[in-house]
Design a protein around this ligand. Structure first.
Ligand code: ATP
Length: 650
């Protein structure tokens, strides 16, 4: 009975036409043969199950194509899951696993069990011994997911490695040498770069130091850690492959004279920027996030005293320093976009709410922020090696992914990575209830209504999860609630250590948890005793994010695995999304209209979704431009026999 689970087909055709339907039908044809293996495998001892797996591995290594081994491999994985994890892969998970094996990005609704599904294509890919990598969005998830599935892999004789930031080289090498390796895209990218630098060092060293080459190591005796880029399964594929894709990973070299001058200039600009007044000295375009000095502003720049080191800079550059400092002043908010930790600026990822270790903003923004916060200025210019996450992934021979919210970006993913986004039907019909959205004139009214709703739901004993757009908003809401006598737990990038504990308790009776989008993907909130009967978890969304995907991820915390649950979106006419989507003029008008409005219903919800779509489209265009520029740069460098990852263009 190789059928696609009910209702899926029609939905799929509507989304992407025939290609997806055909791929799913092919994957569904494996289901019956996998089922047919079940009884035989169940009868085997643990020892014999492992032997089966080793014989499959032998066949793969002798050249039998993986496609041919899929049915047996998946049957083994399902049996090992049943025995060692107490979870037997659902049919829809087999379907997802097969689609991922065939190079698709599978879209599974939140809570449908992507962690377990990943075991299928990972095991299959690892059979031929060239390594299978799974990238997660952060260290915590890499370790957590690997640990959850480890007993399954080990029952089948496979080793599991986990890469964590700050891990020393020998440990990394061990982790990559395992059959399957979990780690973040960032870490895998940095390992790629370090290896590449090392290999160059080895080959250059080899010219005058023959002995080093024989030992296969660099001058320091190091050896590359990563090995082949064979198969990659990207978790949260749309976020990584789209939002993060252009973020460069950079290994820096020591600063030179230019950096010393730039450093002075950044500090000077941060110091004098407050003297510049909007609409007198500069104009600010919120939509394009651009500051432009006026004639008056330029005059002020020229007249101001500057450090001697800056004499060597052309005026046009000095203007740019001020414009950048202004942009930072207008746009970048401490504890929302970034935190200062141990004298370092660490970006708060807008999409995951987590600290994005090692990442930097481009075009001098990072340095301008460092200058504003008075921490040491670090440089990207003198880079030793650089790669974007997109380049890294495109280097894998086979690439596939998983996402909770991919279809919205399907066309983009298909275009850039040539992968199909395949929606996988849910195992049980979701019974999550959407309550009508409430739109208020001002945020004050909105926050009052949110507190009121929390109070009402809390009184019934149901747990409540509230999502906010920033650390400061999560904390100010928690204060409001505490003042009203409601005990509240806060989950944001400041409380990473207690994350597991907070999440474990968030579904308990009477809990109120206020979170940033850290309560996104990977947060599996289990309902406490009796909560199911009360109606499950209630999720409150307090604003729209720049991307619909993040909103959907938050909503996905309730109604998991067929549990009951509900959610409501709150909006206000002074929300940031209107400014970002419509620009200053229109958003100001809306804001003043809102000041007169009382109670919910101040504006239609579609106004906000339109603004969000505008922001999404703009980001898409920006990504396309960047992608084009990067491709051109690489092409040019290759023509000049340069290494696009190690040599600076120009
Ligand atoms: N085949 C299965 N049998 C029993 N339980 C399962 C099965 N698959 C998944 N689960 C359970 O479902 C829950 C959700 O799994 P998981 O966190 O992997 O979902 P997800 O798809 O990654 O969700 P999200 O995108 O929201 O993080 C987990 O508690 C997991 O143990």
């Amino acid at each position: 009975m190789a059928t696609i689970p009910q209702g899926a087909n029609r939905h799929l055709k509507a989304v992407t036409g025939g290609a997806v339907g055909r791929r799913l039908a092919r994957c569904a044809s494996y289901l019956a043969p996998i089922d047919a293996c079940e009884e035989t495998l169940k009868a085997l001892s643990d020892y014999d199950l492992r032997k089966e797996s080793l014989s499959l591995r032998y066949r793969a290594r002798s050249g039998e194509p993986l496609d041919k081994l899929l049915v047996e491999a998946f049957a083994l994985v399902r049996e090992a899951g049943r025995r060692k994890l107490g979870m037997r892969h659902f049919d829809v998970q087999l379907l997802g696993g097969a689609a991922a094996h065939h190079g698709s990005i599978i879209e599974m609704q939140t809570g449908e069990g992507k962690t377990l599904t990943a075991s299928l294509p990972m095991y299959l890919a690892a059979l031929d011994g060239k390594g299978a990598h799974l990238s997660t969005v952060n260290d915590y998830l890499a370790k957590r997911d690997a640990d959850i599935i480890r007993p399954l892999y080990e029952a089948l004789g496979m080793t599991v490695g986990v890469i964590q930031s700050q891990m020393p080289q020998p440990k990394r090498r061990e982790a990559y040498a395992c059959d399957v390796t979990y780690g973040t895209a960032n870490e895998m990218g940095f390992d790629f770069l370090r290896d590449r630098l090392l290999k160059r060092q080895i080959s250059e060293g080899a010219r005058d130091l023959f002995g080093e080459m024989l030992s296969g190591g660099g001058a320091s005796g190091d050896k590359p850690v990563q090995g082949d880029l064979h198969y990659m399964l990207v978790d949260e594929a749309d976020s990584i492959l789209i939002d993060e894709a252009r973020t460069p990973l950079i290994i820096s070299a020591a600063p030179g004279e230019d950096e010393v001058i730039a450093s002075e200039a950044y500090q000077w600009a941060a110091e004098v920027q407050p003297k510049f007044e909007e609409d007198v000295h500069f104009e600010y375009d919120h939509k394009d996030r651009r500051a432009d000095l006026t004639v008056e502003g330029r005059r002020l720049v020229r007249e101001m005293p500057k450090p001697a080191a800056m004499n060597r800079l052309p005026l046009s550059e000095i203007y740019e320093y001020i414009e950048r400092a202004t942009k930072v002043e207008q746009e970048m908010i401490l504890d929302r976009h970034y935190v200062v930790r141990e004298g370092e600026i660490v970006i708060v990822d807008e999409f995951t709410g987590r600290l994005a270790e090692g990442r930097k903003w481009r075009a001098g923004l990072h340095q301008a922020i460092e200058a504003r916060e008075g921490v040491e200025i670090t440089f990207e210019t003198n880079q030793a090696a650089r790669i974007t996450i997109q380049d890294l992934f495109l280097r894998y021979r086979r690439l596939s992914g998983m996402t909770g919210t991919g279809v919205t970006s399907g066309a983009e993913l298909r275009k850039i990575y040539e992968t199909l986004v395949v929606p996988i039907p849910t195992n049980r019909p979701p019974i999550r209830k959407q309550l009508p959205t409430q739109v208020f004139g001002s945020s004050d009214q909105k926050w009052d209504a949110i507190v009121e709703e929390i109070r009402e739901v809390h009184a019934t004993g149901r747990p409540v999860l509230v999502g906010t757009r920033s650390i400061d908003k999560s904390e100010s809401l928690a204060r409001l609630l505490e003042a009203g006598g409601i005990e509240t737990t806060v989950l944001n990038a400041r409380h990473v250590e207690r994350e597991a504990e907070i999440v474990a308790e968030a579904g308990q009776r009477g809990r109120v948890t206020v979170a940033t989008n850290m309560a996104g993907r990977g947060t599996d909130i289990k309902l406490g005793d009796g909560v199911h009967d009360l109606g499950g978890l209630h999720v409150i969304c307090t604003e729209l994010h720049e991307s619909r995907r993040i909103d959907r991820q938050l909503i996905g915390r309730c109604g998991r695995q067929g549990d009951p649950g509900s959610y409501r979106q709150f909006l206000a006419l002074d929300d940031d999304i209107l400014l970002q989507g419509f620009g200053e003029k229109r958003s100001k008008r809306l804001k003043s209209r809102g000041e007169k409005a009382v109670g919910p219903g101040a504006a239609p919800e579609s106004l906000f979704t339109r603004a969000q779509q505008k922001v999404e489209r703009r980001h898409f265009r920006e990504r396309k431009v960047l992608l084009y520029q990067d491709k051109e740069r690489q092409k040019m460098q290759r023509q000049m026999s340069q290494d696009p990852y190690l040599d600076t263009a120009g």
